[in-house]
Design a protein around this ligand. Sequence first.
Ligand SMILES: [Zn+2]
Ligand SMILES: [Zn+2]
Length: 182
Amino acid sequence: MPFGHDMVHSLATVVDLVNTSPSTGGEDTLTDLEQLGAFVERQEVSGVETLDETDLTQVRALREAFHKVFTAPDQATAVIRLNTLLSSTRITPRLTEHDGHPLHVHYFAPGASLHEHLAADLGVALAHLLVEGEWGRLRTCSAPDCGHVFVDESRNRSRVYCDSRTCGNRMHVAAYRARRRA
Ligand SMILES: [Zn+2]
Ligand SMILES: [Zn+2]
């Protein structure tokens, strides 16, 4: 499935956002404005003004709403959850060129807060994924002690771990040891 650059970027951003949540099994890594600023920087979220505690509270709530889309038991539920998220967001498509990126569409309204910006852009990206029949690519890591989410972009939809170097490698070592003990 060839994802365009915008899509790849939005999906990476939503995965990163959701995985800051302790709901995914790790530490909460979005607890203060410094961490929120670091997230904005590493995902190159454009046009962000000064952030305050309201932004933090709203983005923390948004990551849980996105997590529920990833963990929906079936596509119909994912659609309902994503529609709920989208319906509470102002969405205004706008063609833009900035920071050397080619012409692309932003979905957040002018003057949008950070959470509206993220809800619109990331929500629309997930909507397109669902429309393409790719809901099954929204996954949760199979390692028993890890709940991180990821988007399986592999051709044969075979990816099961959030990160092959960490969880994948850890699980292979564990399986190898288990075989040796048997
Ligand atoms: Zn942009
Ligand atoms: Zn994992």
